[in-house]
Design a protein around this ligand. Structure first.
Ligand code: FAD
Ligand code: SF4
Ligand code: SF4
Length: 481
């Protein structure tokens, strides 16, 4: 079949995702909810792309992936080449294919969306990369030559790992430190298995180690090693520590037992899935089984909590959010999945107090309507007088977002400039912080964001570090100290 006949098939071929498991079956385990694309369906779906001259999908992908090219190669059955193209701009295409909110990024901007529905870009990206792993096309990084310079990276999340891979490709010695006992950051301990199975992340960790990247785990910079010491050891340092301080909720009764922060809850669930012993799960503190669960918040973290609680066997799961469905920050696709799995959303509701003696028994809330937009353009929730109601809760999970830790204090580096929100200030052209030779990437710069943006930042930081260190007179930190 000629290329033109293979493509542009959106008129004759309907959009089809890989088979999705029925809600009743998927809530019985923590496995991913979509099956693998079969080759014939992947080829057919890739062929729906109309090969736009100005591909808006690519413009709206944070990595500017060359989407039309890999779709065409997949449609032609040239999957290994499709993988090469996908991997040239994305360090972890199989991960983005699984967990990017495509409805807000590439697919949401596909021009054939109106009436014909977008091309299933994410699932094709996942398909070609999973195929590449299965067929042995993913080779360990092999630098053309070994350089004498070394880079220290703080944080083994997607930002740090993407930078590590790019720098290793150039031949630098790369050493990554992380305070957790596994590599992956929030990809391993935040995001649940049913969105991203852990063997997918572990496979990448092995790939990074085989490529010569060194890791030290269970080490916290600021506590076990100072930033100053890291700067002495390396020619450049990258801070990619993410944001972890849970935003508090101010309400009477907030100190009662049974009210837990979202990330504590999700980390425990992920650890149990990985086979770890977790005391706070075993004693029931972080286990939703047989409980009435209320999750407060409307972002992706809240969606992960409600869907985890369903899988743990909660009696009921409600999500309380102060805005409506259209104005929530979380992905609509995730809300849809949660509803299918039996989660009840209570929109336009704001918690007022936690009820109970020593343990929470309920959450009292008030109805809200959306008023005039504020300076950011978002409509401000306004409480409707005398609209109180109570929802039963044995476990209340707060998912109100995350702030950065106080890094200048933690690192003992008052000269590390931060913004008023506590995120690290960088020169956006070079990704360098106020400390010479120290760069930053990912959530610690942007605030809580997405894996794909952390990858983009990590790659940009690596390029900038390489540009600086490859200059003949580069003032490396080791030489300067
Ligand atoms: P992180 O992934 O947070 O990694 C930072 C690493 O630094 C961690 O391993 C941490 O242990 C380590 N660290 C921190 N401080 C120190 C220190 N002092 N010393 C040593 N190590 C340190 N994004 C999506 O795209 N799709 C999703 O579906 C999605 N779901 C999410 C669900 C949840 C529950 C959460 C919390 C986030 C989700 N995100 C999602 C967001 C995404 O996970 C983050 O944007 C991304 O992981 C940020 O990458 P990062 O490398 O900047 O930081
Ligand atoms: Fe879409 Fe994310 Fe892949 Fe970019 S990286 S093409 S936004 S799924
Ligand atoms: Fe293909 Fe849609 Fe991208 Fe156009 S916008 S190139 S149709 S995927």
């Amino acid at each position: 079949m000629a290329t033109s006949q293979r493509m542009l098939r959106f008129v004759s071929v309907d959009k089809q995702m890989p088979d999705k498991r029925k809600a009743a079956s998927r809530i019985a385990d923590f496995q991913e909810i979509y099956a693998e694309f079969e080759t014939a369906r992947a080829t057919e779906q890739a062929g729906r792309c109309s090969q736009c001259g100005v591909p808006f999908c690519q413009v709206h992908c944070p990595l500017h992936n060359n989407i039309p090219d890999w779709l065409m190669l997949t449609a032609q059955g040239r999957v290994e080449e499709a993988y090469e193209v996908a991997a040239s701009t994305n360090t972890f295409p199989e991960i983005c294919g699984r967990i990017c909110p495509q409805d807000r990024l590439c697919e949401g901007n596909c021009v054939i969306e109106k009436g014909f529905e977008s091309v299933t870009i994410g699932t094709v990206e996942k398909y070609v990369t999973d195929q590449a792993f299965q067929n042995g096309w993913v080779k360990p990084i092999k630098p053309p030559r070994e350089l004498k310079k070394s880079i220290g990276i703080i944080g083994a999340g997607p930002g740090g790992l993407a930078a590590a891979a790019q720098l290793r490709r150039k031949g630098y010695r790369v050493h990554v430190d992380d305070r957790h006992d596994r590599v992956g950051g929030l990809m391993i301990y935040g995001i649940p298995n049913f969105k991203l199975e852990k063997p997918v992340v572990e496979r990448r960790t092995r790939w990074l180690i085989e490529g010569g990247i060194e890791f030290t785990l269970d080490v916290e910079i600021g506590r076990d090693i100072t930033l100053a010491e890291l700067r002495r050891r390396h020619d450049a340092v990258l801070i990619a520590t993410g944001v972890y301080k849970a935003r508090d909720i101010q309400a009477p009764g907030v100190g009662l037992g049974g009210i837990v922060p979202a990330l504590d809850y999700l980390i425990a669930s992920n650890r149990v899935g990985l086979g770890d012993k977790v005391a706070a799960y075993d004693d029931g503190t972080l286990d939703a089984a047989a409980k009435h669960v209320v999750v407060i918040g409307g972002g992706d973290t809240a969606m992960d909590c409600v869907r985890t609680a369903v899988r743990q066997g909660a009696k009921s799961v409600k999500c309380l959010y102060r805005r409506d469905r259209q104005n929530m920050p979380g992905s609509q696709r995730e809300v849809f999945h949660a509803e299918e799995e039996g989660v009840e959303f209570v929109w336009l509701a704001q918690p007022e107090a936690f009820l109970g003696d020593s343990r929470v028994k309920g959450v009292r809330a008030q109805r809200v309507h959306l008023g005039m937009p504020d300076a950011t353009g978002r409509q401000v929730p306004q409480v409707i007088g005398d609209s109180h109601f109570t929802v039963e809760a044995d476990l209340a999970i707060t998912a109100l977002g995350f702030d950065p830790e106080d890094l200048p204090v933690l690192f003992g580096e008052p000269k590390l400039d931060v913004t008023k929100w506590g995120t690290v200030k960088i020169n956006h052209r070079t990704m360098e912080t106020s400390l010479p030779g120290v760069y930053a990437a990912g959530d610690i710069v942007r605030g809580a964001s997405l894996v794909v943006w952390a990858i983009r930042d990590g790659r940009d930081a690596a390029a900038s570090i390489h540009r600086t260190l490859s200059q003949p007179q580069s003032a490396s930190l080791k030489l300067a100290s």
